[in-house]
Design a protein around this ligand. Structure first.
Ligand code: B12
Ligand code: SF4
Length: 510
């Protein structure tokens, strides 16, 4: 039995909640009466309610995020029907802004907006003492990192063995990109680096090897970034895997020198580019030097083994389809390993909403509040881009079609892939559950029938890609071609089936 439960519904099992572990770590003496319970968004709200109530809690703190808003509202509705006396306290980014009209907020007892590390403890102390603080919405001051207990000891052995370990060396972001919730932060505040690295050392000693930094901009303070990279370079192992989010136009030599030392499969960088259009960048208050961005991406691809994920957003105010396409082509030319195409979302509290009227931005009213149309991109075209993004994941980002993709994209990457995407959807009516052998067949048909390429060239490319993945599961029409494939592709197959994917496997599940 626990008087206090802290719970959330993660996007998938692989994602462990760092926020809840912070709240738990900072409960002080109340920690002895508290427990963390994590679920996923696939679980039924009634089942979750049953499992929570089995602990007979007096207070239930729930972390509410864009990915679980709907399910959490259903959960709270069930709980309030069957156990109205349990005090429900909400927190997390989804309930930190624009609370009016949110069903989940209406049902709950308290909402703590923003960083709740201490506020939750204080509220629990009051509630357990029989007080009922007046006012439902609490807006605590932002805690200083130096005062916070670090949460890393509360990653269990199971978490360490099976899940992504989120860690943060700093909180907040000094930039103001209007689509992003971090635009509301005043600045980035670092945790004491010695203390942070001691915690990393402890995690490492317990066997942790997959570290995902949630710092908004890892390369903001180069001296700190260098120490962190150095720390992990001294602990390189076959299974070490690090993920950082970086801004693309800041890569001083001091960082480059260390980034270049990480072996293949050990380092992943998420590089937000979002748009290359200077007018759109200015409109959404995103400061970005495009030339430096390109130089740095080129440098990273040439001189490091880092796996580069570069992000673009469709639907930004003032960007039409051809503008997005130009950005896509410009980014593709730099050959990041993945181009993550995000559909603009209107996050609660994010300043992008100031452009809603001027650019006729129409967002879905359901989480994750994706854009449906703008004055420049009609609903029909936005739907095409949603499919483009999905198919790009399957074919461009999966890395499975290294030989076939250049044939498909030709000299005009965006236009060709959009044409392919439209064709694929017309053929299948599906964006999900397309098995790999069928995808090979569809690519074969698209390239020969729709794009008019020669049979031999297409079969060679597809067979090469099939061989790279290990020939099991290759469709029948490629078997003959595969028998003719020699050593180099087979070597690649061994490499791909070997250690690199194993290191990244856990990350890729996310
Ligand atoms: C990890 C992560 C994910 C993971 C999911 C993790 C999980 N647990 O399942 C993945 C990669 C799946 C993901 C996906 C997305 N994410 Co995300 N993600 C993050 C990230 C990088 C880290 C979260 C974290 O651990 N932060 C550190 C902890 C300490 O902070 P915290 O979680 O906010 O917790 C504090 C407070 O919120 C509060 N709090 C939290 N829980 C509770 C509970 C109670 C009771 C109380 C009182 C307080 C409280 O106190 C905590 C301590 O201060 C954040 C950015 C960031 N750096 O925070 C974005 C962020 C949460 N994601 C965001 C977005 C928009 C998305 C996507 C929509 C992106 C996209 N383009 O597709 C998708 C949604 C996926 C979907 N299925 O719909 C937004 C959140 C918007 C929102 N309203 O929730 C964020 C803030 C990014 C941003 N700056 O805009 N994400
Ligand atoms: S997009 Fe990145 S740089 Fe811009 S405000 Fe958000 S976290 Fe900061």
């Amino acid at each position: 039995m626990s008087a206090i439960l802290l719970a959330t519904l993660n996007a998938k099992y692989i994602h462990a909640s760092l926020g809840l572990r912070y709240l738990y770590a900072n409960l002080g003496s109340l920690r002895a009466q508290a427990e963390i319970k994590e679920f996923t968004i696939d679980q039924r709200p009634t089942d979750i309610a049953e499992r929570l109530l089995a602990h007979n809690p007096r207070i239930l703190g729930l972390g509410v995020y864009i990915w679980n808003a709907e399910q959490t509202a259903q959960l709270v509705a069930v709980l309030k029907r069957v156990a109205p006396d349990v005090v429900i306290v909400l927190g997390g980014p989804e309930v930190s802004y624009e609370q009016a009209g949110q069903a989940v907020v209406e049902l709950a007892d308290y909402v703590i907006a923003g960083q709740g590390d201490f506020a939750f403890r204080d509220l629990c102390t009051a509630l357990l003492a029989g007080e009922r603080p007046a006012g439902k919405l609490l807006r605590p001051t932002v805690p200083a990192p130096k005062d916070l207990e670090l949460p890393y000891a509360w990653y269990s052995e199971t978490d360490i063995a099976n899940r992504l370990l989120y860690v943060e060396a700093s909180r907040g972001c000094p930039f103001k990109c209007e689509f992003c919730l971090s635009a509301l932060d005043k600045t980035a505040v670092p945790f004491d680096l010695d203390r942070f690295l001691r915690a990393m050392e402890e995690l490492y000693a317990r066997g942790a090897r997959h570290f995902k930094f949630v710092d908004r901009t890892f390369n903001l303070n180069v001296a700190s970034s260098r120490r962190i990279l150095q720390f992990f370079l001294e602990r390189l192992s076959d299974d070490l895997f690090l993920h950082f989010e970086v801004i693309p136009d800041r890569l001083p030599d001091g960082l480059k020198e260390l980034l270049a030392q990480f072996p293949p499969g050990s380092l992943q960088l998420e590089v937000g580019v979002q748009t290359f259009d200077p007018d759109v960048q200015a409109r959404i208050s995103r400061r970005q030097d495009n030339v430096r961005t390109e130089d740095n991406l080129r440098w990273l691809r040439t001189y490091t083994h880092a796996h580069i994920h570069a992000d673009l957003i469709v639907g930004l105010p003032g960007e039409d389809l051809s503008g997005f396409g130009a950005g896509f082509d410009r980014l593709y030319a730099l050959r990041p390993h993945e181009i993550q195409i995000g559909i603009l979302k209107r996050l609660r509290g994010a300043p992008i909403s100031r452009h809603t009227d001027a650019f006729d931005l129409r967002f879905s009213t359901q989480a994750p509040y994706s854009i449906l149309s703008t004055d420049r991109i009609a609903f029909r075209d936005m739907q095409r881009m949603v499919r483009f993004a999905r198919y790009w994941d399957l074919i461009g980002n999966s890395g499975r079609f290294a030989s076939t993709l250049p044939l498909l994209l030709g000299t005009d990457a965006f236009a060709s892939f959009l044409r392919f995407s439209d064709w694929l959807f017309a053929q299948t009516g599906q964006t999900h559950r397309i098995a790999l052998p069928r995808l090979f067949e569809l690519l074969h048909r698209a390239l020969t029938e729709e794009f008019g390429l020669g049979e031999a060239q297409v079969l060679d490319a597809l067979a090469d890609d099939c061989a790279t993945q290990g020939t099991k599961g290759c469709p029948g029409f490629l078997h003959e071609r595969l028998r003719g494939i020699g050593g180099s592709s087979r070597d690649r197959a061994v490499e791909v089936a070997g250690k690199t994917p194993q290191r990244q496997a856990r990350h890729l599940q996310g």
